[in-house]
Design a protein around this ligand. Structure first.
Ligand code: NAD
Length: 385
């Protein structure tokens, strides 16, 4: 599915949307999607749990440009790493915690939000520790290894009266927002035929091939983006409540034969093909794998129009996107992570629901479990969110 790169003209958001000839009211980003743009007086304090690649490469830098929140501490197994972060981000050494001292965060009024960025199988433990300390929680994707774990996280946050959100940054990305808008534009959508491919070569020894820490193989890590893409393309902007109405009604799946059984053991697929069927007859055909050259594409097609993410469909930048009405290019690029965290901070501040709440994270685990069941049994499996 990989296509050769070719330059696309730079189009401002206004010009592109104008070209799509949608009505001005429909075009304008709805006010609630723009909430992150108004800066409150006091920034909320965020703590990152786990200082691996995503925290170091994306979230830490994003927290230097957020308007509504700032980094005030870390949870890490390495004191030295914590000291380096404290120095770089200007927070006190007393705000460096380890995984066992997380309950002490309850006594720290600087901390409002705890962002869990550890391996998938640890999200539930760390999110629950944060909720018990009275802090609002963001969990990275996938929300947990299983639906049952998601339920424990939701229950803990409900009991502590704190908010729970998932790091679904693409809901804050203008390309994906355009896809959601076109999905419900009668001049383009509904999108009935979707196709996606997300793959990379996983290095040997990575926790992402460890069943206990990862919950499965590429379906958990990469396939979840295709689920997200398909739900966005099917439904458009989800209503509040976790986008349950955007879920497929049934799935089929086939696990691909293992070429590296020494790397991908029991319960960890190396690659999988799956299809998602929606209530209106829309279908998404998807493929994800850990053993082929990189792929990161998505296409959604309706009776009157289409949108195609030719490169970097689900990554942070460098998306190459075309539509039946021409190329799509937003300039300057946004910082998805900063927008996502700022919006959550704003939700906490205003006491309103996140557009990417824990319920959406749970929804996606329900779909993933159905895909695994379909692959295991060879049957079409109904999805009940
Ligand atoms: P990573 O391996 O680079 O970092 C994981 C961190 O967790 C490390 O600091 C590690 O020391 C710590 N950790 C704590 N206990 C551990 C244990 N028992 N075993 C292994 N590590 C342990 O991983 P990453 O790429 O930063 O991913 C972390 C999470 O973020 C994952 O859930 C992943 O799916 C998610 N993620 C999301 C995005 C996104 O775009 N939203 C991108 C990358 C990763």
């Amino acid at each position: 599915m990989k296509t050769p790169h070719r330059p696309v003209p730079v189009v401002s958001r206004r010009n592109f949307l104008g070209r799509l000839s949608l009505g001005a009211a429909a075009l304008a980003l709805a006010p609630r999607w723009r909430a992150a743009e108004s800066a409150p007086a006091k920034k909320l304090g965020v703590v990152l749990v786990g200082l691996g690649k995503y925290s170091t490469g994306q979230l830490g830098p994003a927290l230097k440009v957020t308007k509504n929140c700032r980094l005030v501490g870390v949870v890490t197994g390495s004191r030295d790493k914590g000291m380096a972060w404290a120095k770089e981000h200007g927070f006190p050494e007393t705000n460096i915690y380890d995984y066992d001292t997380m309950p002490r965060m309850a006594d720290n009024p600087d901390i409002d939000v705890v962002y869990v960025v550890t391996p998938n199988g640890l999200h539930a433990r760390h999110a629950i520790a944060a909720a018990k300390a009275g802090k609002h929680v963001i969990s990275e994707k996938p929300m947990a290894n299983t639906v049952a774990e998601c339920d424990t996280m939701l229950a803990a946050c409900r009991a502590a009266k704190v908010k729970l959100s998932v790091g679904y940054r693409l809901h804050f990305d203008p390309y994906h927002q355009t896809m959601m808008r076109l999905a419900t534009d009668p001049a383009c959508g509904p999108f009935l035929k979707m196709q996606g491919d997300r793959a990379f070569q996983l290095a040997a020894g990575a926790w992402r091939a460890d069943k206990k820490l990862a919950g499965g193989g590429p379906m958990m890590d990469l396939g979840i983006y295709l689920i997200q893409g398909a739900c966005m393309a099917y439904y458009g902007f989800p209503k509040l409540g976790g986008g349950l109405e955007a879920a497929p009604v049934a799935v089929t799946a086939k696990e691909l034969p293992k070429t590296k059984p020494q790397q991908f053991g029991a319960g960890v697929e190396e690659g999988i093909n799956f299809s998602l069927e929606f209530a209106n007859g829309a279908v998404c055909q998807a493929h994800t794998a850990y053993v082929q050259p990189s792929a990161d594409t998505f296409r959604a097609e309706g009776g009157k129009g289409w949108i195609e993410f030719k490169e970097h469909a689900f990554t942070y930048r460098g998306m190459v996107v075309e539509t039946n009405r021409g190329p799509l290019h937003f300039d300057p690029p946004v910082n998805q992570q900063a927008l996502q965290m700022d919006d959550f901070a704003q939700c906490v501040r205003e006491g309103r629901e996140s557009r990417v709440p824990g319920e959406m994270g749970r929804r996606d685990l329900v779909i993933i479990e159905a895909v695994y069941e379909a692959a295991r049994t060879g049957r079409r499996v109904a999805v009940k969110v």
